[in-house]
Design a protein around this ligand. Structure first.
Ligand code: KG4
Ligand code: ZN
Length: 393
């Protein structure tokens, strides 16, 4: 079983190809893993622009698929030009009517290479930026149309969960046997959720943010401190300096821990950003030391809230494992705090390698393999869903 995945939900165009290793465990080797980040482009504008993201995905995707196939040694060039049958050509032209550049690239691909030995395609269908999602979905449908390979729509957040539990052994990855129920803390640029997992493919959102996502809050606070996009790593770097220097945060820069005593598992982070704004306005122009103190205090505030909510969720659900996923799980301080909590509360912590914590194709490919192992049927109709809940996937 060889599976190709496509991920275009935000600002990374990613394609992976994996091959399942025979056996009762869900184990696979990675034949190709390609991630093309648009982050430098969006950084100029201080955030991700959906129309720009879509254009860049459309420009890059076909080439990335070809490169992945070549790396996986699945690309066999034709010696004679092959003409796409009329009906399939018509379908492609209708499908990619608004992507003339991608249509041309796809035609060149189909005419130039033989059908590769791919058994399934997994593609992100949501949540994310709909214009960006459509590029990946249309690309996957194009491959399906001409090569007749079954399609599996994947929920991006489920992808983050699966990426987090992957264990690396002898050059292969494995989705390990988990003791259920488990809890997942999903913290990314668009999401902040606590999910109860009663078994694979069965998810219930038991806590979420009422306003900003954690990653969004990091990015917005970074902007207030004149730091480049994406702000998460920048805040983290400043906070780390502050900690190493033993900086004590001035009293007037202290921040609230929103909803920490709310008794439920929900979050609200927009107030924190407003609180930072008030302090920034009072202290303008900011010197380096003040910026470090704000970064430190903000990171500590977010971490305190996350730890408190996770602790409560683990208790309420009687879960044995906590799975942390999403871009913010790359944050050193949050990782450390959750590790401490896991040690003191005696639960197993799954947290992804940094390379798998941000968006990538392997998270979608491994989730596709999980769907197939759970005997999910391929789908014919795929529609981008920017707010697709993990509960409905
Ligand atoms: O999961 P992801 O790659 O994309 C989404 O699906 O949103 O997450 C991106 C988010 C951004 O908001 C970014 O600032 C944040 O993850 N992030 C971090 C760190 N690295 C990335 N936030 C805090 N600390 C970090 N080290
Ligand atoms: Zn993500």
């Amino acid at each position: 079983m060889i599976l190709l995945s496509i991920e275009t939900s935000c600002d990374e165009t990613a394609v992976s190809i994996i091959k399942r290793v025979r056996g009762k465990h869900i184990r696979f080797e990675t034949l190709s893993h390609k991630v093309l980040s648009q982050v430098d482009l969006h950084a100029q504008y201080g955030g991700v622009f959906p129309a720009l993201a879509k254009r860049e995905h459309a420009k890059a995707l076909t080439q990335l698929i070809a490169e992945a196939l070549r790396e996986a040694e699945l690309l066999i060039e034709r010696t004679h030009t092959h003409h796409i049958p009329h009906s399939e050509r018509k379908k492609l032209e209708t499908l990619l009517v608004r992507e003339p550049e991608m249509l041309t690239a796809m035609k060149v691909l189909f005419e130039g290479i033989q059908k590769p030995a791919i058994d399934a395609i997994a593609v992100t269908m949501g949540p994310g930026l709909e214009p960006a999602l459509w590029v990946g979905i249309n690309g996957a449908i194009a491959l399906h149309t001409v090569w007749d390979i079954p399609l599996y729509p994947i929920n991006h957040m489920e992808g983050h969960i699966v990426a987090s539990v992957l264990s690396h052994k002898e050059g292969t990855y494995e989705i390990p046997q988990l003791t259920f129920p488990a809890c997942a803390l999903l913290i990314s640029g668009g999401h902040t959720e606590i999910v109860r997992i009663s078994k694979w493919r069965s998810y219930k959102v038991i806590g979420k943010t009422k306003d900003d996502a954690v990653g969004e809050a990091f990015d917005k606070v970074a902007r207030l401190l004149d730091l480049p996009y994406p702000g998460g790593p920048e805040i983290s770097r400043l906070a780390e300096h502050a900690r190493n220097e033993g900086l004590v945060v001035d009293e007037d820069l202290r921040l609230p821990r929103p909803m920490i005593h709310s008794g439920d598992l929900h979050f609200s982070l927009s107030g924190l950003k407003t609180a930072v704004l008030t302090r920034v306005n009072k202290r303008k122009p900011l010197d380096e030391k003040t910026k470090k103190m704000i970064a430190l205090e903000f990171e500590n505030a977010v971490t305190d809230v996350l730890v408190a909510k996770v602790k409560q969720a683990m208790y309420e659900t009687r879960a044995h494992s906590l799975i942390v996923g999403g871009g913010v799980s790359a944050n050193t301080h949050i990782r450390f705090a959750l590790k401490e909590l896991a040690d003191s509360e005696n639960f197993t912590l799954f947290i992804p390698d940094r390379a798998l914590s941000t968006d990538n194709g392997l998270m979608i490919a491994s989730t596709g393999l999980l769907h197939i192992a759970c005997e999910e049927k391929p789908k014919v109709k795929l529609i981008a869903n920017g707010s697709w809940s993990i509960e409905d996937c």
